[in-house]
Ligand binder design. Structure first.
Ligand code: SF4
Length: 319
């Protein structure tokens, strides 16, 4: 009986549950990728996580934003649009007649526009433009007002050297990089161009820190050539109005060179910059006071009425 009881007792005992540690090691030993009984492969834990991440990135707003960010970062810098991610779509392109009217009005309002950078020689302009990347013209002028009375030729800047140049441009961003470029440019001008600023795009773009935009500004403003240095303001105004549309600065530059009549080409660059800086501003364009409002095809104009605003009338070329 005793034996029976013990047997009965054994039978009624619950099955032995493996300890937590044991089940963990068991889990480790049995990868999820093991083939199931049906022969179909189940995904690994890693593959499963990857698939979930992919679905999340395609469906959630945050995921979509991340994908867009990665795609934009993958594009070459020169091909990226400037002026933020704002949607800029004119209802239609401007006609040649409208383009002529637009520049006629700009000319009437400001017959001799020029850059707001202060300079008196092509070399001073080159230095000022080199310092102006991601800086306001006002900030650059603060630096060059101190620098140019001390050193305003390639020879003087080369003699000054990077370390002694730094204090003069301390308010400028990327100070050391820009100082190094300015000094290296000065040396290159002395060695290859007799200390003169070359009137040649390739030679300009070969200078340290000088890109297409800087070369365009120097060729246009110092040498009077009909080049178009497309910055964030020109890109925005051209796309909003329908004057020249394009996905990146180079496309807009090429289009502007095609559509702007020769008579306005030299000053077009300054008119468009000033218009973008003071009237057709990035966040809230001053459409009620815009002198080309009736010619512009931007569908999201700021509503309202106000007296027309001249395009920076005080900013005219120095005699
Ligand atoms: S109407 Fe408005 S959007 Fe068009 S150019 Fe003038 S300020 Fe810019």
């Amino acid at each position: 009986m005793a034996g029976d009881k013990s047997k009965a007792g054994d039978a009624s005992k619950p099955a032995r549950v493996p300890s937590r540690a044991a089940s963990a090691s068991q889990r480790k030993a049995e990868p999820i990728s093991a083939s199931s009984e049906t022969g179909r492969k189940t995904p690994t834990r890693k593959a499963l996580a990857k698939a979930i991440k992919k679905v999340v990135s395609k469906t959630t707003a945050r995921g979509k934003a991340n994908v867009a960010k990665k795609t934009a970062a993958a594009r070459p810098r020169s091909a990226r649009p400037v002026g933020g991610s704002e949607r800029i779509t004119p209802s239609r392109r401007m006609t040649p007649k409208e383009i002529t009217q637009l520049f006629e009005r700009f000319r009437e309002a400001n017959p001799a526009p020029t850059t707001e950078l202060e300079y008196s020689t092509p070399y001073e302009l080159l230095v000022a433009v080199a310092l102006s990347a991601q800086m306001t013209d006002v900030g650059v002028n603060i630096a060059t007002r101190k620098l140019f009375p001390v050193a305003n030729t390639p020879q003087a800047i080369a003699r000054l050297g990077v370390e002694r140049l730094l204090p003069y441009i301390a308010n400028v961003n990327f100070t050391r990089t820009k100082a190094a470029n300015v000094v290296a440019t000065a040396k290159q001008l002395i060695e290859l161009h007799g200390g003169e600023v070359p009137r040649d795009r390739d030679a300009l773009e070969a200078l340290p820190g000088v890109g297409r935009k800087t070369a365009n500004v120097v060729l246009n403003t110092a040498f009077g050539e009909g080049t178009m240095a497309v910055d964030t303001h020109i890109f925005r105004v051209s796309n909003r109005t329908g004057l020249a549309t394009g996905p990146d600065v180079r496309a807009v530059e090429d289009e502007l060179l095609r559509v702007v009549p020769d008579a306005y080409l030299q000053n077009a660059h300054h008119w468009l910059i000033l218009h973008g800086r003071y009237v057709c501003k990035a966040r809230v364009p001053d459409c009620p006071r815009c002198i080309v409002r009736d010619l512009c095809h931007f569908p999201d104009k700021t509503p309202g009425n106000a007296p027309p605003l001249e395009v920076a009338p005080a900013r005219t070329r120095r005699k």
